[in-house]
Design a protein around this ligand. Structure first.
Ligand code: ZN
Length: 291
């Protein structure tokens, strides 16, 4: 029976797994993201210790080149992460493995995993967002993962920023107060002086976070008409943020879209990942299946 390897390559840590799906993960490992040679080397050593793989899937932080026709397919491109810019990630794996390898963004991989096994089963157009160390979004549109000229960078959209209500400048090194600059985990920590996970329910941080997420969701809803929006990542572990974000999204849409998904079934429209904290690495295994 075919066995697959998955790598969820994050800017802070790698999660690797060997198995065939959510009910069959044979081994799992996580380790910090250090240099490309050391970190990719650890992933390969982990795979080698756990059986013969039929295919590998990689869901990676980016920006990256996901276009199989491009000469730099499988490379990380312009990341500010030290040592990783222009890393040939796929090439390093191919040097060790002569098996099909799927390669995409961490969020597109998670979207694929949610489609196969999680909260997006049976849908053909939906979004997977992660709100954590950074903010990123993957999308499936009419059954295909969305790439376009590269891949979406949904975390870097501009949203209204009322500087009287929130004088915080934002932390995106490129844009200051883009969505990621205002609403990622590190942005919350920088604004409030405490880690997001330590801010109690009822703290004004959460109301503000819900407003920023809702502005973003309204943009994605009006542009892509997703059938569902899945919100994952460390910040969304705060379950009380879901009802706040749903209510603000409805409020901002202001009855413009007369759809049951938005008016009556919001709890089923803006949802946590069906695969929970394993959405990323299971998404990578889904990429391996597809490869
Ligand atoms: Zn930005």
């Amino acid at each position: 029976m075919a066995l697959y390897g998955g790598i969820e390559a994050g800017g802070a840590k790698f999660v690797c797994a060997v198995g065939t799906g959510p009910a069959d993960i044979r081994a799992e490992a996580r380790f910090p993201t250090t240099t490309p040679a050391e970190t990719i080397g650890r992933a390969i050593a982990f795979f080698e210790a756990h059986g013969k793989l039929s295919a590998i899937g990689v869901g990676s932080f980016g920006p990256l080149d996901p276009n199989p026709d491009s000469p730099t397919f499988g490379h990380i491109t312009t990341t500010p992460k030290p040592g990783w810019a222009y890393t040939d990630f796929l090439g390093a794996l191919r040097a060790a493995y002569d098996v099909p390898i799927g390669f995409d963004t961490d969020v597109n991989a998670a979207a694929l995993g949610e489609h196969r096994w999680g909260a997006a089963q049976g849908l053909d157009t939906f979004i997977y967002l992660t709100i954590g160390t950074g903010i990123g979004g993957g999308a499936m549109v009419e059954g295909k993962l969305l790439h376009g000229m590269m891949h979406p960078e949904m975390g870097h959209i501009r949203i209204p920023h009322d500087r009287e209500q929130d004088p915080f400048e934002g932390i995106c090194p490129f844009h200051g107060d883009c969505l990621e600059g205002l609403a990622s985990g590190p942005a919350m920590e920088s604004r409030w002086g405490a880690r997001a996970e330590d801010l109690p329910e009822g703290h004004p941080a959460w109301e503000l976070e819900a407003v920023y997420l809702a502005y973003a969701l309204v943009n994605y809803i009006t542009i892509l008409a997703p059938q569902r929006i899945i919100l994952g990542g460390g910040v969304m572990k705060q379950e009380h943020l879901f009802p706040l974000a749903r209510a603000k999204t409805r409020e901002l849409l202001n009855n413009y879209l007369q759809l049951p998904e938005i008016l009556e079934e919001t709890d089923n429209f803006i949802v946590p990942p069906g695969l929970g904290l394993r959405a990323g690495v299971l998404g990578a295994i889904a990429l391996a299946h597809r490869a």
